[in-house]
Design a protein around this ligand. Structure first.
Ligand code: MD3
Ligand code: FE
Length: 203
């Protein structure tokens, strides 16, 4: 199924189901090199979502601000390479959503445990917001919230499940969005957690 949420925003339900075992194996390999960590926002809050990255760049935050960096600040090493299965899935999903030729240079991996959440925000740390963002949900379901360009725009809710893929580009690229506190549960593929892969062209 291919649902249009707004112009440039598409939901591809189950698009990543076949690739999910490869994606989970890739996450395990990445996490062994670049462990998940709870980063601190510029305002001094520790994020409830644990994060790591792969690709040429990784998204980081600390008291100095949000940015993309070529090295993992925790180890000093370059971020692990983006697995081919990750890149290929993101490119195929973007093409399916009407954005051919998507070449992500970073994949942020978000790990949620029950209670973890991501407040409403915009993704605007990328140099070129002409490229879309592709996001893959794995494991426990979550309630996704999305509004519009303005912080005060009406916010809608959507349940995201294992294997669902979202693509955001064009007029929807800078829409506000977030994830409500994860409910406890068990998923056969990920146990008591939700994992999210977010592919971007950042550099
Ligand atoms: C709408 N992650 O890492 S994915 C993030 O599920 C992030 O972990 C969430 O928001 C997660 O920044 C949401 C869905 C998503 C990702 C990027 C978007 C929605 C978006 C960019 C623009 C508009
Ligand atoms: Fe985001």
């Amino acid at each position: 199924a291919r649902d249009i949420l707004s112009p440039g925003a598409l939901l591809l339900r189950g698009f990543a189901l076949d690739a999910a075992p490869d994606l989970l194996a890739g996450i395990a390999a990445i996490e062994a090199q670049a462990p998940f960590r709870h980063m601190v926002t510029p305002g001094g809050f520790t994020m409830s979502v644990a994060m790591t990255s792969c690709g040429a760049l990784g998204w980081v935050t600390d008291r100095r601000g949000y940015r993309y960096a070529p090295h993992d600040p925790d180890t000093g090493a370059p971020w692990p390479a983006m697995p081919e299965a990750f890149r290929a899935l993101a490119e195929r999903a973007a093409a399916e959503a009407g954005f051919p030729g998507f070449a992500p240079d970073t994949c942020l991996i978000n790990r949620y445990i029950p209670g973890a959440k991501l407040a409403l925000h915009q993704d605007k740390d990328e140099r070129d917001t002409g490229a879309p963002i592709v996001s893959v949900s794995l494991g426990l379901p979550a309630t996704f919230q999305w509004g519009g360009l303005q912080r005060g725009d009406t916010v809608r809710r959507l349940a995201l499940e294992h294997g669902d893929v979202l693509a955001w580009g064009g007029p929807s690229r800078l829409f506000h969005h977030g994830i409500l506190a994860l409910k406890p549960g068990h998923h056969p593929a990920t146990g008591a957690t939700r994992l999210n892969l977010t592919f971007r062209r950042a550099g």
